[in-house]
Design a protein around this ligand. Structure first.
Ligand SMILES: NC(=O)c1ccc[n+]([C@@H]2O[C@H](COP(=O)([O-])OP(=O)(O)OC[C@H]3O[C@@H](n4cnc5c(N)ncnc54)[C@H](O)[C@@H]3O)[C@@H](O)[C@H]2O)c1
Length: 400
């Protein structure tokens, strides 16, 4: 049912966001702040209302910080409707953005409906963080209008957005979606359609390592996170898993296991958390217990683990080399993506320029042997010491 049925949307461009959860409500807010009319859809009144309340809270925070005026706040809410009726909510829309759970069959099902009920000119985008845009697009009659639009969380604060070009995505669609991203004051990163795209693919081995460490109870998660916070990271790796949602971590790992390497199969501990519905921030408990309203856990900073956080970066560099070799992204997009998605000061290629590649090879081989994971093995360009030569002059903007 549409909450606001008599809104005149004729003069406004309408964006429909499907899924009002962690990402969907934030993406809807981004579109609202860019002056689009937004319809936010979920499967129950309770869920759309939860998404709406989160948007309202976030807009009020922006008002408190004088980033928007009270008039703008009211205008924005006048451009907003919630719905549990997908068919109605995507009428007259020019852009549908899907943000439902990371399950391929569910996404395909949604795209079939988006294709059937939205106007023929509408672009259909998915916020999937790992899955094949080409496969999703092929379920529709308009694969040239299907594109990946991968926001990092929380979307409102995201500085960059990954745009994923499926095999049949047209240049016109890429241009339109690039304009949407730029209108939202965010930087577009262009990725080839490949599991995990640029940013999540590069993060995948380091996320796997911290999951394996959790299984083996090598360190307490809080001590690792304390070490990260003491290094001025904005969030420790375990808190980040909880923040993303352990179900999202589980589903993404499963997908990467099927498409990239069986090494990524969800680890025992994450599987157990998901089975117990302890999904992290969204359910109030996961690796940590979260406070009311998603308040962050208190991390005791006085007793950090003696763990070298650069180990995570070393794994990311190794994966970034694979992403570059496979042509998933340009060196520049990899650098910008890894800086802006994960709040890093430097990108993987800038960091590796100051590293000794022999030492890096020894580390990667050691960790690969320790956990029996091939995905950690040193890439041939690192092993044969040709990486720095290969990347020099590849993109001069890197050093600027
Ligand atoms: N969580 C993250 O940090 C993160 C980051 C980037 C991308 N993503 C991607 O965003 C997508 C959504 O993730 P999330 O974390 O927001 O999940 P979530 O579980 O918080 O939200 C998903 C929402 O989709 C709704 N939904 C389920 N079936 C639906 C249907 N048939 N129609 C309409 N709504 C439906 C659910 O009720 C829920 O509210 C996933 O593809 C995920 O991989 C997540």
């Amino acid at each position: 049912m549409n909450e606001r049925t008599n809104v005149n949307t004729e003069n406004l461009k309408k964006v429909s966001v499907i899924g009002a959860g962690h990402m969907g409500h934030g993406i809807a807010e981004v579109a609202l702040l860019s002056n689009y009319f937004v319809s936010l859809v979920d499967i129950s009144e309770e869920r759309v209302n939860k998404g709406k309340a989160l948007i309202d809270w976030s807009l009020k925070e922006l008002m408190k910080k004088s980033k928007i005026t009270e008039k703008r706040y009211k205008d924005i809410l006048n451009n907003f409707e919630t719905s549990t009726d997908l068919e109605n909510a995507i009428k007259n829309t020019f852009l549908c953005i899907e943000a439902v759970p990371e399950k391929l069959e569910l996404k395909k099902n949604i795209f079939k409906k988006l294709d059937k009920f939205s106007p023929k000119h509408a672009i259909l985008a998915s916020n999937t963080s790992t899955m094949s845009i080409t496969e999703i697009a092929n379920i529709t009659q308009r694969p040239e209008k299907v594109v990946g639009l991968h926001f990092p969380p929380p979307p409102v604060l995201a500085k960059a957005v990954e745009i994923v070009k499926g095999e049949k995505t047209s240049s016109e669609t890429i241009n339109l979606i690039t304009r949407f991203v730029k209108d939202s004051n965010k930087i577009p990163i262009i990725s080839k359609d490949s599991p995990g795209f640029i940013c999540n693919r590069i993060m995948a081995p380091s996320i796997l390592l911290i999951q394996l460490m959790l299984d083996q109870k090598e360190y307490s998660p809080m001590k690792i996170d304390a070490a990260a916070l003491n290094k001025k990271m904005i969030m420790g790796p375990y808190e980040l898993l909880d923040y993303m949602g352990l179900d999202v971590v589980y589903d993404s790992s499963l997908y990467l296991a099927k498409t990239l390497s069986p090494d990524y199969y969800p680890t025992h501990t994450i599987k157990k958390f998901v089975e117990e519905n302890k999904l992290g921030r969204k359910t109030g408990e996961g690796i940590y217990k979260w406070g009311p309203g998603g308040k962050r856990p208190d991390i005791d900073l006085s007793d950090p683990a003696e763990f070298d956080l650069l180990d995570l970066t070393r794994l990311q560099i190794n994966e970034a080399v694979k992403v570059l070799e496979e042509g998933v992204g340009t060196m520049n997009d990899i650098e910008i993506g890894m800086k802006l998605f994960y709040h890093n000061q430097r990108g993987p290629f800038e960091i590796v320029k100051k590293m000794n590649l022999n030492d890096l090879t020894v580390f990667l081989d050691k960790i690969s042997n320790k956990y029996g994971k091939e995905v950690f093995c040193a890439h041939k360009w690192i092993r044969d010491n040709t990486l720095l030569e290969r990347i020099s002059n590849k993109d001069e903007r890197l050093d600027s």
